[in-house]
Each structure stands twice: as structure tokens, then as C-alpha cells.
Ligand binder design. Sequence first.
Ligand code: UDP
Length: 327
Amino acid sequence: MRILVTGGAGYIGSHAVRFFLERGHQVWVYDNLCRGHHQAVPAECLIVGDLEEMARLDQAIIANRIEACVHFAGFAAVAESVREPAKYYRNNVVNTLHLLECLRHNGVKRFVFSSTAAVYGVPDRSPITEDAPLAPINPYGRSKLAVERILEDYTSAYQWGCAALRYFNAAGAHPDGTIGEDHNPETHLIPLVLQVALGLRREVEIFGTDYPTPDGTCIRDYVHVNDLAEAHLLVLEHLQPGQMLRYNLGIGRGYSVREVIETAKEVTGRTIAVKEAPRRPGDPPILVASADKIQKELGWRPRFDDLKKIIETAWNWQHARPRGFRS
Ligand code: UDP
């Protein structure tokens, strides 16, 4: 397949690009590099461009005879979305509409979208199934849900085949240590914990120790980026015109913040200083996926099925490149 990957130089996108190439697909990455890294993708695949530049996007689609699009480009920091909602609606919704229109004008009807567990807000059940109420509690989650709604309409009006993949907590790095997570500023738990282990930070804050969970800290479902990458390809291969698929992606098992820190100590063999801090606004206590639907329908199984294996790959990357792609 000839696939356009927007945001392919970002964290999850770059792992997907690697996976698609290894499976023999032809890939073009469309990325403005505002948060992505050119080093994360082969130079010959990269088209540097913004989704606002519709002429450039059109050209990329036509010149490369694109057949399908996997759309990772977007902002994904909850706290930032609360402070700057306009930025999130513009980038995640308006720019996605630009992309959809360029694809539509050029007859491309296969589309896989990076959605998020944030569409569920504070869920009323655990594990979360795809039919749980959709009630996002921040602009980030609302921007992703808005795109899911747009895709439903494109599916029925224009006979597209679409999928929204609702990621839980993407984590880990390619086991070969050449690509991994590199955000600036870093806000995610696992890389922050590993930076403390490396001596790059003094301590990691635990946001909230009074949650209604066994050890009082938040529980999340961490899923390996390579497993996410594989899910995208499986889904792409199953898209049918006029059908929209929605799948949760997680390992179906939750770990508390304290368990993440303990596991990181075990993997790194280093001490990790912690500081208890107040809750971070907008964090639900427990987010654990039921990924039964994609397991049953498409046979997806996470290969990295426990936290230790996931953190080992993240450590392999952080240890080799303490300052990420700048190392
Ligand atoms: N977290 C924390 N300290 C940090 C960063 C995160 O305690 O410095 C907690 C956060 O409150 C959440 C979990 O770790 O419960 C995962 O947060 P992360 O930002 O990695 O992902 P999110 O769940 O926001 O997608």
C-alpha cells in the first residue's frame, strides 16, 4: 500500500513508519517537525509540510499516488489543551479537516486516526469497552472526539473506510534503541522516571496519593508503541468502504504510578527519588482498556504484555540517548 503518515516524525508515528516499511509498504511522512524529529524517519520518506498548506498536501498526495492515510499529527498534552484550547481545536480539528478534504478531492478513502482514551473522560467502568459513554473532560479529548464524529459522517456520506484507535498510555521504544520518546518539555511518567534514574533530574513528582486506588496513586494501562504500530497496519488491512471501526488499544492491565516507579528501579538498578505532590487537574483515577474487541475481530495481541518488558525498551533508548535525538 502507498501510505501517507501525517505526524510520522513523532513518537508513535515514527514507530508506525518503521513497522510499515518493514512490512513492505511504501510510506511518505508528512510532518511540520514542530514536535517531531527528522532523525526519527528515513530522509527519503520525509516531506516537511504543515496541514494548513493545502497545496503542498495536495501535491504530496497526487505525486505519490497515495492510497491510504494514517493520521498521527496533532497535539496531545492535556494541561496545554486546557490553557490553550484554540490551539488544540485549530491543530487537531481544523487541520484534520484540511487533510480530509485534500484526501477526498484526490479519491483517497482509507483513513486511520489516532484517537485516545481521553474521549471517555472519567469512565464509569473498568476495564473500559468501546461502548462506554463518550464524555471527555478536557479540550484535548474533545478535539479528538470531534474528529471521530467527522469521520463517522465521511464514512456514511462518502463511503470511506475509517478507524479511530483509542490509545491508552503509549510507552516504550523500539527494542533496537534507535527511536523512542523525545518530547520537549517531557511530561510523561515513564521518561521522567528514567531521566531521574539517569541523574538528569533530581526527583519525580507523584501527582496525587489520595486516589481511590490500592496505593492511592493513579492507575494507567501502558501499551508498547510497537504494538500500537502493528494495530494500525492490521486495521488498515481490514478497512471496508462505508464502515467505521473503533478500537481501544491497551494491554488490559493497569499499573499505579508507584508500581511504575518500582518497576523502573528494578529495570535500571538505580535509585529513583520521589516527591509526593498534589493531584494534576484532569487526571481520572483509573484508565484500563478492554482491548477484547480488536483481539477478537482482528487478532491483535500485544507482544509487550507487561510493564517490565515495556520499561526495558524505554530504558534501552534513554540510556543510549539521554538527551533524545540530540544526543
Ligand atoms: N504522573 C505523575 N508524575 C509525573 C507525570 C505523570 O505522577 O511527573 C502521573 C499522572 O498523574 C498519571 C500517570 O502518571 O496518573 C500517567 O501520566 P502521563 O502524563 O505519563 O500520561 P497520561 O495519563 O496523562 O496520558
